[in-house]
Design a protein around this ligand. Sequence first.
Ligand code: SER
Length: 336
Amino acid sequence: MQKETVLITGVCGEIGQALLESLAKQGKKTIITLDLKPLPPKLSRKATHIRGDLTDPATINQLSQNYEFDVIFHLAALLSTTGEYKPFLAHEVNVGGTFNLINRAAEQSQQRGKATKFLFPSSIAAYGLPDLSTKKEYFHIKEREWNEPITMYGCTKLYCEKIGRYFSKHYLQLDTAETVRLDFRALRFPGLISAFTVPSGGTSDYGPEMIHAAAQGEPYACFVRPDVRIPFMVMPDAVKALLMLAAAPQEGLHRNVYNVTSFNLSAGEFKDMVQNAFPGTEITFEPDEKRQRIVDSWPADLDDSAARLEWDWKPDYDANQACKEYLLPNIRKRYN
Ligand code: SER
C-alpha cells in the first residue's frame, strides 16, 4: 500500500516542529513540509522541505503539481500580537494563504475522488468577551458562544473556520456532478507551552516566556495583570489533539470546529508555579494596557466536552503534571 502523504505548513513554528518530530517517529508517512525558513538542522532529515510562501501562486502550484496530499496540517500563521502591528500582512497570510491552500486541497479532493483531511489550528482568540464580569460569568466557553474576536488574528481564525466548513459542506453545491469535498477539521487551542521552543508574536506568550526566563536564571516582567486567567496546554497535548482529530472516523464528527483545553491558570498562579520550580526567580508584573485588553477578551477556560464526547479527547497533563513531568525536566536539560 502507498504511504500516506502529509503536508505540514508553518513547520518551523512551535507546533510544526513538535508535530514533525512526532509524525516522523511514527515512520509511516511521506512528509512534506513548507515554511519561509529552512528546517532547523535537527529536523532536516525528517521530511522533504520546501521553502515557499502560500500567498505566492508559484508555491501553491509547486505543491499541488508534485504531490497528492492525504492530510494537511496547515499551521502557517501570524499570531495575535504581530497581527495587531501588521493587520494587513496578518490578513494576507492567515486568510489569503489559507484560502489558496484550502481551495487547492478541495480541487485535489474532487479530482482524485478522495477527501483530503485539512487540519487547522484555531485559537481562544476566536472568542471575544466584552468585559471582565462577562468573562467571569461565562467561564467555560462553548464553541458557539462569544465569537466576537477583537484581534485581526482572531478574526482570521474565525473566518477560516467558516471557509473550511464551506469547502467541506457546500463547495460546488450547484454542480450536477457528484462532489467529493475536503474534510476540514479545526481545533481551538488555548495558550500553548513548549519546553523546547519559545513562542514569538503571540499574546499568551507571557506564560512560556516566564518559565523559560526562570530556567535561565533571568528576571521576568510579565506584561499582564496577575489576576488574568486563560487556559493553557503543553505541546505534547497539542500534538496529541491534532493527531487524534486527524485519526477520528468522520462518521463520529458532528461539527468542524472543536475546543480543546488542559488547565487554566491566572498569571499570578503561573508565577507561583514557576517560582516553586525555580526559587528566587524575580517575577514582576508590568501590565501593558493594550496586550492586557486582548488577554482580558479571551475566555478563562474552554468547554471541550464536544471533543471529549465525539473523539475521546483527553489531555495527558494537568497543570501539576505539565510542570513536573514535562516542562521542568525538559527545560532544565535544555538550559543546563
Ligand atoms: N497563542 C496565541 C496568541 O497568543 C493564541 O492562540 O496569539
